[in-house]
Design a protein around this ligand. Structure first.
Ligand code: ADP
Length: 481
């Protein structure tokens, strides 16, 4: 099946979060199943730089309402075909891919991702200028949310699948954007792309796509509720029959403790003792007291309200009195960054904070920590809790979304079934988090049970194959209807 996979980021070329990991690993897994899948991504400087030698000009595009652009073809590091949407006026700039250096959204984001959506619709449309014509267009998050709307109003195009990676980001812009992006006026309707008087890219995608998916079964249920529906619960409830939750997998080559180059010693289920060298290295590199016995808790995350770092900072003084050590890596909210750095200054040797995005360090934390903290308020899927289980670092997670679907709480029953792989708490309070950490630490000090929990996690199959097969089935059902 020919599938156009439209995304605003793809690892390792450009990554701000889990979407980039999925955009690399899912197409790769679908290719292994025999699908012919091409990824379309904007030509940010990072992408063009990484692929400089491969690019071949293919198509020039002049579209109503947008600056001139062209499509370059290239290959992803795994050999998969890649289309790069090159439009210097919109994508060639210093700063983040969604925000400028101060953290403010780029003022022309509607145009930037409107163009991505529009080009995907042209390529999936009946009059596509390309020889390669997709049978399915697979859109991801709000940045390609307008593709199903454009396609809906130009009959004869490919059916669309729309995947929600995080419903909290919707791409909402003022009503005049409809005309600026040359969207048909009929789409600006409560039964369409309109969201309380504005244009919502994501709502357009959810309304016009043939099928909607999200990244875990539990999150698929949660987004139909008032608590986690972000105003779109009504629409999602209506679309219930064509809404499917499919748990993300992980790239098990990239995240494999037995081959990972970021580790100082590789290990697997048969050589778990190799993990300790990574702990000592992590402590040394982070300026923590180098002690093998003390439990070390790690966190790698965007620093946002969603991820619950505020709760971790609140419980930290008690946590280190247990005793335990804490290492934090992330960036985002400036106040949270400052608070995390202040905590490290207050507890030298016991708490270390690194503000920034550091892929290699994130691998070393997964391997070197004893426990991984992921107290997200909501979590569509989450990847770090899967990485940590693979690395023998049981996660402590809040009972929400994909965390429910990928972590088995350690208790008598789950231990008896060899399923216990982490620690789950139910209420998003400092009290419940602390109790859960204490519970995890008491298991940590019971070495026999601890090793069992580590091995249960390491033996789990977090690969993409089963999930990719489910996406393939959805593509087939879209073609059949
Ligand atoms: P989200 O997409 O909501 O940020 P996920 O857990 O799904 O959360 O994916 C986050 C991805 O980004 C993981 O691969 C994680 O390791 C990585 N990541 C997040 N923050 C950092 C950071 N500061 N440095 C390195 N990697 C990070």
């Amino acid at each position: 099946m020919r599938v156009l996979f439209v995304t605003s980021e793809v690892a390792p070329l450009i990554k701000t979060g889990g979407l980039a990991d999925v955009s690399a690993a899912l197409p790769s897994a679908l290719r292994r199943l025999g699908d012919d899948i091409k990824v379309l991504v904007p030509g940010y400087p990072q992408v063009l730089k990484a692929l400089d030698t491969f690019k071949i000009e293919t198509l020039f595009l002049k579209l109503e309402g947008f600056p001139e652009s062209r499509l370059l073809s290239s290959l992803l590091p795994d050999g998969g075909p890649l289309w790069i949407l090159d439009c210097p006026e919109l994508y060639q700039r210093e700063g983040g891919i969604y925000q400028d250096k101060t953290g403010a959204d780029w003022p022309d984001n509607a145009k930037r991702f409107g163009l991505l959506s529009k080009v995907a619709a042209i390529l999936g449309g009946a009059d596509s200028p390309s020889d390669w014509k997709p049978e399915i267009v697979h859109c991801n998050d709000w940045q390609s949310g307008l593709t199903p709307a454009y396609l809906h109003f130009s009959p004869g195009g490919a059916p669309c699948v729309m995947t929600i990676h995080n419903l909290a980001f919707q791409g909402v812009f003022p009503p005049q954007t409809v005309a600026e992006l040359a969207l048909p006026e009929e789409s600006f309707h409560p039964h369409g792309a309109e969201f309380y008087g504005n244009l919502s890219f994501l709502k357009a995608g959810l309304y016009y796509a043939n099928h909607v998916t999200t990244v875990s079964p539990s999150y698929a249920e949660e987004i139909q509720t008032d608590a986690l529906g972000f105003g779109l619960q009504g629409l999602l409830k209506n679309r219930n029959k064509s809404l499917t939750g499919i748990l993300n997998g992980i790239d098990d080559n990239e995240w494999n403790p037995s081959t990972d180059k970021a580790l100082v010693q590789n290990y697997d289920v048969n050589s778990l003792e190799g993990k300790i060298a990574n702990k000592l290295e992590l402590q040394k590199r982070m300026g923590l007291n180098v002690e093998s016995e003390i439990p070390l808790l790690g966190l790698v995350s965007r620093f946002t309200f969603q991820k619950g770092l505020d709760l971790v900072l609140e419980v930290a003084p008690q946590l280190i009195s247990f005793p335990a050590q804490l290492v934090l890596l992330g960036s985002g909210d400036v106040t949270m960054q400052n608070n995390a750095q202040a905590l490290a200054r207050r507890y030298p040797g016991q708490v270390a904070t690194v503000v920034g995005f550091d892929e290699a360090l994130s691998h070393l934390i997964e391997a070197g920590a004893d426990l991984f903290l992921m107290p997200s308020r909501f979590e569509p899927c989450g990847l770090n809790q899967m990485y940590s289980q693979r690395y023998g670092t049981p996660p402590i997670v809040h009972s929400t979304g994909g965390l429910i679907d990928s972590v088995s709480d350690c208790n008598k029953a789950s231990l008896a079934k060899n399923q216990a792989s982490g620690f789950v708490f139910n209420k998003m309070t400092t009290h419940d988090l602390l109790i859960c950490i204490q519970r995890a630490l008491s298991v940590y000090h019971d070495r026999k049970t601890w090793t069992k929990v580590q091995l249960n996690g390491m033996n789990k199959d977090f690969g993409w194959q089963a999930s990719a097969a489910k996406y393939h089935e959805i593509y087939q059902s879209c073609l059949a209807n």
